[in-house]
Each structure stands twice: as structure tokens, then as C-alpha cells.
Design a protein around this ligand. Structure first.
Ligand SMILES: Cc1cc2nc3c(=O)[nH]c(=O)nc-3n(C[C@H](O)[C@H](O)[C@H](O)COP(=O)(O)OP(=O)(O)OC[C@H]3O[C@@H](n4cnc5c(N)ncnc54)[C@H](O)[C@@H]3O)c2cc1C
Length: 468
């Protein structure tokens, strides 16, 4: 970063509130009372994000009995209330990963992913949840010459899977969204959309409460042990005797030892600008309001918000030694300044626009970019974690799958290889940290040169990587 760009990035961030944009608003619902004392439940769900809330709703609709959710902070505190709001039909972290890892069942996974999103939209309509969801598509942009060939491969793949995908040259791309960095783009008009994640979280919370689900906020689970015909769960101010438990704790320290090596918590950073003026909006174009990403390994994702700001995130995914997830690490000046600088490089016509919010969230990366499912404690507990940065929609599929596993049901979901096979574990510390750093450097080198080195190609052969 030059001194001038460092200075302007610092100035643009000067008044940014260190909180997620989506949940920083006056219509934020009141928190529910914490659990005090002891209680019982047929199903206890740990985690009040999308996975936990969808699980609570579906369990109630299946007639599971008495369902309770415990959330350490407030509903939507985790990734679910602080993401980009990209709504993707993909259950496999994109078609390319899906083809590489789950080629034989990709058609089925694609069908299930489409069905999942259409059921989310239908549910929101039926329950009057206005999450500002729109299937406005997504464009992927090339910012380096070697990206252009990658876009062509991606276009062919999307067409083979029945998506509408159009390749744009540099002029066409810049006419759509104006950035001097664009050399071309791939415009997908199916399969993707955008929504307001906090509104979805809060809408799901209300839908769960309407079904009689008990939600305890500011209630953290500290320990679990098998007890007579169930699981005894110790919480911050009480305990629950649950017949069954569903873990929906994403990248937070897993309560189950076996998950510690399957999940890598990655901090992903995000900025949101002030509202743009009419003139500033016109200078960018972007009339379709689709989500945008660049195609590199270290990619940005960005979008307009319903109130005409720009959300700009990604690129600098950070792992801390020992799977550290401390909240104070969310405000990393270097990552936010880098994002601010890259924003101005992408949209120089918006230089001087201020950022009003800066935050980071935890991404639960697995070594194969798709979730890990399973049961423990003699089938009384199920888990669904590891959506690796693409869980806004996939978390609903994951929650349903975990419920199937918990009930011992044999379904098309539980028969999937993607569900039955576990990802390869990450190495333990002190090896994990240097391995992640080495992998990051290799990915950055590929972004710069277009050459996938021997190390990454070897990982590919075993279906291993890490990603945000
Ligand atoms: C910055 C960022 C951007 C992203 N952008 C996108 C995107 O645009 N599109 C997309 O598809 N995906 C995106 N994702 C991923 C997506 O947000 C997640 O996959 C999804 O929200 C996961 O939902 P969840 O319910 O599993 O996890 P979370 O929302 O993280 O919920 C887990 C909850 O469990 C609680 N918890 C943890 N431990 C305990 C405990 N011991 N006791 C009680 N409660 C506990 C936490 O407080 C938390 O609220 C993004 C993620 C991040 C971080």
C-alpha cells in the first residue's frame, strides 16, 4: 500500500462502527430471557444461527415434541447475522468444487440445492418473512488476463448444469458495472440471489417461536454428558436434560472433541459504505443489482444493500494459531485497511466515500469446502457444521440432514456420499498454523501467476484445501 492510499483508506474507515451492518438497526428484536435453572426438552438445539433456527422449525413441523434452542449471545450473532447475504443454490461450494469432489452425485446435489432455495423462498412467502430476497443472479469478474480462460471453463460448466450463463468481454462487463479493473465477466442469471441475512434470522426466530419452540439467548453450553436415556447439558446459568441434541455451532469451539480437527475457523472481513448519492450510484452502473465476486482464490464478494450502500468483503481470510476465535480479533486494522484500499482501486470514482461499518465473522472451513455431518453419543446427538463460507442457503439443507440422522431416517440426503464421508482432518498444532500459511501463500502465488503449483495440485488429488 502506498502512503497516499494508506492515508485515504484510514480516512475512509475513520468513523466506521466496529459492528456488523445487518444487525445494527433499531428494529432488532428484544433478546429472549436466558435459561435459569433446570429444564427438559425432547430436542435441544445448540446455536441460534440459520442452521439451528431451520432445525427448530423443521423439527416442530415434524412433530418432534418439545424443542428448545440455546444461543450463547443473541440469534444471528454468528455468521448468520454478519455475512454477505449471497443466496446460492450450491450445496458444494460452487459447481467446480462439486464436480471435483462429488462428480458422481453432482446432478442430484444440484437438484437438491435448487429445491432447497425454492423452499426457502416459499417458506418466507408463507410465513410473511420479508428478508428482501431476490434471485438477481451473480457476476464473476476477471481482473487478471489468466482469469479469462477460467471464466470460460466456468461458463461451460454452468451451461452443462442448466444454468443461464453469459460471457462478457471487458467492454461489456464495464458497461454493466463500471470498474477499470475488469477485463471480462461471467454473468449468471440463475442459481444465485441476495437477501438481508439479519431479517431472515429474525424472521426464522419468530417462525420458531410461533411453533412453540423455546429460545434462550445469552445462554452458553459449557458441557454435555450422556445420562439416563438422554444427554445432560450444562449451560451458563442452568442445565437441560435433553432426549436428543443437535449441534449447530458453526466455527465456534466445538463441544464435541472429534470436530476439533475437522473445522478451521477463519476470520473473514467486511466493510459497508455510507449510502451512495444518485450521482455516485450512476457512476457505477450496476442496474441489475446482482452480487459480484472476482474469480481468484483470494476473492472479494460485494453487493448493493437494499438501502443503496455497498457491502465489500472477503480476500484477507485469517487463521490464528490454535483455532483461536476470540471476539477481539474481529477488528483487524490491516485487513480492513487492505479492503478499503482495494475498494478504491476497484471503484476509483467512489474515492472519498466513507465506510460506516467494519467487522469480521467466522467461517467454518473444512478441508473439502463442504459440511461435515454425523452423530455421536449413541445417536442421541447430531451435528451439521462446515459450510465454508457458503451456508446462507446450504445451512437449511444441513439442518434437515442432521435431523434425518438424529431420527435414524434413511433419506436421499443421508444416502449422499457428501453426507456419509467425513472430510480429511486438518493436522494438529503446531503443524496446522504453518500448513495453513503455506497453503495461503501457494494460493496467492497462483492468483498472481495463473500457475497452480505442485503442492496445490497434490492437495487437489486428495480433495483437500482450505477456503473462505
Ligand atoms: C463474513 C462472512 C460472510 C459470509 N458470506 C456468505 C454469503 O454471502 N453467502 C453464503 O451462503 N454464506 C456466507 N457466509 C457463510 C454463512 O454465513 C454461514 O455458513 C451460515 O450463516 C452458518 O450458519 P450457522 O447457523 O451454522 O452458524 P452461525 O450463524 O455462526 O451460528 C452458530 C451460533 O452458535 C452459537 N454458539 C456457538 N457455540 C455455542 C455454545 N457453546 N453454546 C451456545 N451457543 C453457541 C454462536 O453464538 C452462533 O450464534 C459468510 C460467513 C461470514 C463469516
Amino acid at each position: 500500500m502506498t502512503a497516499r492510499t494508506a492515508g485515504s483508506a484510514k480516512a475512509a474507515l475513520a468513523d466506521a462502527a466496529p459492528v456488523p451492518f445487518w444487525t445494527d438497526r433499531p428494529d432488532r428484536p428484544e433478546a429472549r430471557e436466558p435459561l435459569r435453572g433446570t429444564t427438559q426438552a425432547d430436542l435441544l438445539i445448540v446455536g441460534g444461527g440459520f442452521t439451528g433456527l431451520w432445525a427448530a422449525i423443521e423439527a416442530s413441523d415434524r412433530g418432534v415434541g418439545d424443542v428448545a434452542v440455546v444461543e450463547a449471545e443473541e440469534v444471528g450473532f454468528g455468521a448468520s447475522g454478519r455475512n454477505g447475504g449471497f443466496l446460492s443454490e450450491s450445496l458444494t461450494h460452487g459447481l467446480a468444487h462439486g464436480e471435483a469432489l462429488w462428480g458422481r452425485e453432482l446432478r442430484e446435489l444440484t437438484r437438491l440445492g435448487r429445491q432447497n432455495v425454492s423452499e426457502i423462498l416459499e417458506f418466507c412467502r408463507a410465513e410473511r418473512i420479508d428478508a428482501k430476497a431476490t434471485m438477481c443472479g451473480k457476476s464473476t469478474v476477471a481482473t487478471r488476463p489468466h482469469h479469462l480462460a477460467q471464466l470460460q471453463v466456468a461458463r461451460d460448466l454452468h451451461l452443462r448444469h442448466g444454468e443461464q450463463a453469459e460471457l462478457l468481454d471487458g467492454d461489456q462487463m464495464r458497461a454493466d458495472v463500471d470498474s477499470p479493473t475488469y477485463l471480462g465477466g461471467l454473468k449468471l442469471t440463475t442459481g444465485s440471489g441476495l437477501l438481508d441475512p439479519a431479517l431472515l434470522c429474525w424472521g426464522l426466530k419468530s417462525a420458531a417461536l410461533r411453533r412453540g419452540v423455546r429460545i434462550y439467548e445469552h445462554t452458553s453450553v459449557h458441557a454435555m454428558r450422556r445420562s439416563h436415556a438422554g444427554i445432560q447439558v450444562t449451560t451458563s446459568h442452568g442445565s437441560v436434560h435433553a432426549r436428543k441434541v443437535l449441534l449447530a455451532t458453526n466455527a465456534y469451539p466445538p463441544l464435541l472433541r472429534r470436530l476439533r480437527h475437522r473445522i478451521l475457523p477463519i476470520f473473514d472481513h467486511v466493510l459497508v459504505t455510507e449510502q451512495l448519492s444518485e450521482r455516485q450510484r450512476a457512476s457505477v452502473g450496476w442496474r441489475d443489482g446482482q452480487g459480484l465476486t472476482d474469480i481468484g482464490n483470494q476473492f472479494h464478494y460485494y453487493r448493493r444493500t437494499p438501502d443503496d450502500r455497498i457491502l465489500w468483503g472477503g480476500y484477507d481470510a485469517i487463521y490464528y494459531f490454535g483455532n483461536r476465535t476470540d471476539a477481539w480479533r474481529e477488528q483487524r486494522d490491516a485487513s480492513h485497511a487492505l479492503l478499503a484500499q482495494q475498494f478504491t482501486e476497484t471503484f476509483p470514482q467512489l474515492e472519498g466515500v466513507q465506510f460506516t461499518h467494519r467487522w469480521a465473522g467466522l467461517i467454518d472451513s473444512t478441508s473439502r469446502f463442504t459440511p461435515v455431518f454425523g452423530t455421536a453419543m449413541s445417536g442421541r446427538l447430531a451435528y451439521s457444521v462446515g459450510f465454508t463460507g457458503l451456508g446462507v442457503a446450504a445451512s437449511r439443507f444441513g439442518s434437515g440432514t442432521a435431523l434425518d440422522l438424529l431420527e435414524g431416517r434413511d433419506t436421499e440426503r443421508t444416502r449422499l456420499q457428501m453426507v456419509r464421508r467425513k472430510p480429511i482432518p486438518f493436522p494438529p498444532e503446531p503443524l496446522r498454523y504453518p500448513t495453513v500459511q503455506f497453503t495461503r501463500r501457494s494460493l496467492a502465488r497462483e492468483d498472481a501467476t495463473g500457475q497452480r503449483g505442485l503442492y496445490l495440485r497434490t492437495l487437489d488429488r486428495f480433495g483437500i484445501g482450505f477456503n473462505s
